[in-house]
Design a protein around this ligand. Sequence first.
Ligand SMILES: C[S@@+](CC[C@H](N)C(=O)[O-])C[C@H]1O[C@@H](n2cnc3c(N)ncnc32)[C@H](O)[C@@H]1O
Length: 327
Amino acid sequence: MELPTALRQAVDRYLEGTPLAALREAADRLSRRYRAETRDGRMHLDDDIAIKAYLAARLPATYAAIRAGMEQVAYATPGFRPRTLIDIGAGPGSVLWAASDCWESLETATLIEASAAARKAGMALSENAALPATLWQSGDATTSLKAGGPADLVTLSYVLDELAPEAIGQLIDRLWALTAGTLLIIEPGTPAGWQRILSVRSRLIEAGAHVVAPCPHHAPCPIQSPDWCHFSRRVARSRLHRLTKNADVPWEDEKFIYLAASRLPPERREARILAPPIHGKGRIDLKLCLPDGTSSQKLVSKRNGEVYRYVRRLDWGDTFPTDDVVP
Ligand SMILES: C[S@@+](CC[C@H](N)C(=O)[O-])C[C@H]1O[C@@H](n2cnc3c(N)ncnc32)[C@H](O)[C@@H]1O
């Protein structure tokens, strides 16, 4: 996956003239802080060079994960046409761009972001772009959430891992109260990210939410540690991205986990593919999460004809047709 052209060009313009050594140093610092899930009272994106490093080294990956999650929401609920968006911890506006790409219906967006440097970058990127009318707001999601609302779509992308664990429950309750349609939460695809999503999932189900994706059921997660539920998206690296990360490979795989919870049940509830399909001679092995709350392996062979031809196109994170009926 690549950034939309308009966003890529806006990022290139924003980064023009930034010394590569400074970008590399800031990207390295950022990566160490994210990996360690550092919570030292400082924001990771607290200055201009940190957000520039984020644009060069992280935005393509978080955009890809957000867009992939949204694709699954749109598939499960084709009638969902959000007109309003509230995004918390917006960073440079990754969700705004992905949501506009996914849903043409979007008219207005409120983006709440604690870092002034991130808001400045986000506003610059979206200036003159064909995006919904956007209101950028300063605010701390854990204390002073004045988001207006409610909104059809409420999002929190790659933010939970920056918050104190004890602040998460209350924030989720407030976000759910702001949600008129669907709440989408995205986290890094690590065991810790999965655990956070699991506890958010239980809390939202208890509050009456319908899980739209990725789980095709409301039962306890059938996956057992040390395994964990996550998905992956291949992300193209631009030249500057490669230079910033000192990397040769022109792509990277972004691992992520997400949860979409809605006021209404999904229109489609199909098994979820939990790992890369294994292609053999005339057969494909799938690891599935099933609507009955269990997880199991499924073999689809050439003899399954139409289903086999359909499954050949499917990937990790897609859904598998219920009762083997190809949509
Ligand atoms: C990893 S970035 C994610 C940015 C964007 N959502 C994305 O997915 O690319 C996390 C963002 O959340 C913001 N953030 C962290 N804690 C916050 C809080 N308590 N209130 C508001 N924003 C916060 C950070 O400043 C940062 O911009």
